[in-house]
Write a protein that binds this ligand. Structure first.
Ligand code: TRP
Length: 377
């Protein structure tokens, strides 16, 4: 997800473009225009109550902030009915940045909390169509990205990872890369995993099984269309749980770009690189001099280290403490950045250790077209 800096009069959020006047997305307006609902404290409590798990910090802090028909899924779950999770990634780059990990970290929590099966779509076909990469390169990137996804800790007993070119392309729709471009109409390809009949090895005879899709809100248009079509073709509408965007180091209003290594922290960065990037590029809401800062305090609304801590520092009390001290000028930007560097270094090092353990055989195991006998257990 990338935020473009343009002097647009209207904000535009689609799967291919995100832009807003001054680069600041008005999420309330977006929810209103899209017609989704905000996630309130009652829903967060309800999820905690139903799953007997503390709600993920992304829920507690309004990072996953919008939904469609989430209460339907929860009503049915409460009544003992099952559902499955569906999420995905377009493999456009070799290494993921922190923003890419967010939906997967959250989906891992949902899988553990609800004990449900999960399908993960890698849209190598999408990147072939949009990014001017070769088929072979898209396939290779999908496999490399699968390793980072597996490193998030998914349970192989409950998770099926597939790439469009292998599973959908050849397998189901019978479209091959050699076919005329006109045959490839991508949006239905992203819609199809919302319906259980797309996975005959997982959900045979269970065509009405509900689906919950965790995603960033730029994916909403695909699934608005999917929900429109679902009843007409005899399926349930998928439910959605949707996140805000993860800001670039330079702030909400600049583009987080795969091609600008200084705009993002990658999961391949060393702690030295993380330290250098945060210190040099993370936009600060602190004042120009220490004296002024002590007097006026920091502007938390624009401060990137605080935004990043909001995503990744687990401890609510510590986060509140840092915000208060920083806002009132007792804490300096350098000190906040130091805490952020420690948090990110630990997270990235942990990811790198987990990623190093992921073998080709494990990727094959997750991608094997197979039944998952204990997927609700
Ligand atoms: N189009 C998404 C991307 O470019 C990938 C994707 C496919 C996806 N299916 C999904 C994302 C379902 C969220 C949920 O990253």
């Amino acid at each position: 997800m990338e935020i473009e800096e343009v002097a647009a009069a209207e904000q535009v959020v689609t799967p291919w473009e995100v832009s807003a006047p001054d680069g600041v997305i008005d999420y309330d307006k977006l929810v209103d225009r899209f017609g989704c609902q905000l996630i309130d404290a009652a829903i967060v409590d309800r999820i905690a109550h139903l799953t007997l798990c503390p709600p993920h910090r992304f829920l507690r802090r309004g990072i996953f902030f919008a939904h469609r028909d989430l209460n339907r899924i929860l009503d049915l779950y409460e009544a003992g009915e099952k559902f499955y999770l569906y999420t995905g990634r377009g493999p456009s780059s070799e290494s993921l940045h922190l923003g890419h990990l967010i939906p997967f970290m959250f989906t891992k929590y949902l899988q553990d909390a609800f004990k449900v099966p999960l399908v993960i779509q890698l849209t190598d076909d999408e990147k072939f169509l949009w990014k001017n990469l070769t088929i072979a390169e898209c396939k290779r990137l999908a496999r490399e990205n699968a390793k980072d996804i597996i490193a998030c800790g998914f349970d192989v007993e409950r998770t099926f990872i597939f790439t469009d070119l292998n599973y959908v392309g050849g397998g189901i729709l019978g479209i091959t890369p050699e076919d005329h471009i006109g045959k490839v109409s991508f949006p239905p390809v992203q819609a199809a995993p919302s319906f259980p009949s797309s996975f005959p090895h997982l959900f045979p005879g269970n065509d009405q099984l509900r689906c919950l899709i965790p995603c960033a809100i730029d994916q909403d248009p695909y699934f608005r269309m999917t929900r429109d079509v679902a009843p007409k073709i005899g399926f349930q509408k998928p439910s959605l749980i949707e996140s805000r965007f993860f800001p670039a180091l330079q702030g909400e209003s600049t583009k987080m770009s795969a091609s600008d290594p200084n705009s993002a922290i990658y999961v391949t960065d060393s702690s030295k690189q993380i330290k250098a990037k945060v210190n040099k590029y993370a936009f600060s809401g602190g004042q120009a001099s220490v004296e002024l800062h002590r007097k006026l305090g920091a502007n938390l609304d624009v401060d990137v280290p605080i935004k990043y801590l909001n995503f990744f520092l687990e401890d609510d009390d510590e986060l509140d403490h840092i915000k208060k001290e920083y806002k009132e000028g007792r804490m300096l930007t350098g000190e906040v950045k130091q805490r952020l560097i420690a948090v990110l270094s630990e997270l990235v090092a942990r990811h790198q250790r987990a990623r190093a353990q992921v073998t080709e055989e494990m990727v094959d195991a997750f991608m094997a077209v197979r039944p998952l006998p204990n997927m609700f257990g």
